[in-house]
Design a protein around this ligand. Structure first.
Ligand code: FAD
Length: 404
């Protein structure tokens, strides 16, 4: 393990000191990650955006420094850091103007293997993922016909001897072309044969190197952001039965168990984006002189930035609380979902305020505001939309009647 990360190793929190984590700020970690990010200035990201390219160099730098393996336990070659520390890494990447979208999935996807995989699967995959020899960046859940209604997904995996045969289609499977492995959620028991709609789904760790061109086809989707996302088609794709994670039929539960970490990580990225936009807006509003005054002296310019900053600080507190509860092994569904919603909205408000502050220059690509503004919008849609979070809060937290 890289010695930069080594100094933070093993600092997980117990339930007794979970509250301390709310204040944990990891200044050294911020400084070290920030130094890596300095090597990837805005022009680098602009070039990738123009050409729809994957940030290989950036992902390799994060992997080599050990930061991408932050959540992999030390016994499997990772640094065994807390979710709070992982959040700080991602927040710093985004606050520096870089983007972790290309590799963040690795942090939370591997949690499914870690918590529900067999010892053999963990030994086989986790050390290689930690070293960067294998990339686990692709997460195949969403389908074109069922969208947010995940339990109704139609991709079928049918046991056939020592294999499963998979048929169906996924959409928005980001990084499938850049990943060696994909975590796939598929139905193993027909929907009309299960008692609960969450039953009968299973998780597989698919080795894409073995199946692409042999029953698996990946087609890129051109999008308004450089997200390397795809449609993935399965036509009698054969995968070994050993690719099954945990018990057949329990896959939905396994995916759900990782979602709180995903929400916290996503919230941290939004907080980083928000900080980047506020910093840009503030420095521009101080420098730009119109009508003889710095534009920031107009409250119509200053207040939206100040309000966005206040929202970011509030979202940060909720994100810290969610991470602390998660680390302590306590339920954090409410906090993680609310954190993700507040952070994505705060970042969007900061993006809008920054866009307005820059006036016409916001539209000029060389200022990078328009690109970051486009990227920032995604967090309100995926990996879970604001509406679905509000459904969760209304129905699960507040006990209001369910609409579905
Ligand atoms: C760039 C990008 C990358 C992505 N990467 C991945 C990935 O790697 N892996 C993956 O599996 N998925 C990925 N997704 C998919 C993403 O998680 C979904 O787009 C998102 O969950 C919404 O699903 P949908 O697009 O099918 O919208 P739909 O489910 O069709 O919903 C459309 C709209 O209706 C609203 N809506 C639907 N039902 C309700 C309801 N009951 N109450 C209130 N509102 C409702 C939704 O909130 C949304 O606003 C990605 C998406 C994008 C755009």
């Amino acid at each position: 393990m890289n010695e930069v990360v080594d100094q933070f190793a093993g600092s997980s929190l117990s339930p007794e000191n979970a509250s301390i984590a709310i204040g944990e700020d990891w200044p050294e970690l911020r400084e070290q990650v920030g130094r890596i990010c300095e090597g990837f200035p805005q022009d680098y990201w602009y070039r990738l955006d123009q050409n729809d390219e994957y940030p290989d160099d950036f992902v390799n730098a994060l992997t080599e420094s050990g930061y991408l393996a932050a959540l992999i336990p030390e016994e499997y070659g990772g640094s065994g850091l807390s979710l709070r520390a992982a959040s700080v890494i991602l927040e710093t990447i985004h606050a520096s103007g870089c983007s972790a979208f290309a590799c963040h999935a690795q942090m939370y996807i591997m949690g499914t293997v870690l918590r529900h995989g067999s010892d053999e699967q963990k030994r086989q995959y986790l050390p290689k993922i930690a070293k960067g020899e294998l990339r686990l960046q692709a997460f195949g859940v969403t389908e074109p016909t069922t969208g947010s209604d995940t339990t109704q997904l139609k991709t079928r995996a049918v046991k056939d001897g020592d294999d499963y045969v998979v048929n169906g289609q996924k959409i928005w499977t980001s990084r499938a072309r850049q990943s060696d492995l994909m975590l796939l959620l598929a139905r193993t028991t027909a929907a009309d044969e299960v008692k609960k709609r969450t039953d009968g789904l299973s998780v597989f760790l698919v080795d894409l190197r073995e199946v692409v061109g042999k029953g698996c086809e990946i087609r890129p989707i051109k999008t308004m952001v450089n997200h390397n996302t795809n449609e993935v088609f399965f036509d009698n794709m054969r995968i070994p039965a050993s690719a099954l994670i945990g018990e057949e039929g329990k896959g939905f539960k396994y995916i759900l168990s990782g979602m709180n970490a995903e929400r916290v990580i996503g919230a941290a990225e939004c907080i980083g984006d928000g900080r980047w936009f506020v910093e840009k807006a503030v420095s521009y509003a101080k420098e730009r002189i119109v009508f003889g005054n710095a534009i920031g002296s107009n409250q119509a310019v200053a207040h939206p930035v100040a309000r966005a900053y206040a929202e970011i600080q509030a979202a940060d507190m909720m994100t810290r609380q969610a991470a602390a509860l998660f680390q302590a092994g306590l339920d954090c569904g409410e906090q993680a979902n609310i954190a993700k919603m507040l952070a994505s909205e705060a970042a969007w408000h900061a993006a809008e305020a920054c866009f307005t502050t820059y006036g016409g220059f916001a539209f000029a690509c060389e200022y990078h505001i328009e690109r970051k503004w486009r990227e920032c919008r995604l967090a309100q849609t995926g990996p879970v939309s604001t509406n679905m979070i509000l459904n969760y809060v209304a129905q699960t937290v507040l006990g209001l009647p369910r609409s579905y």
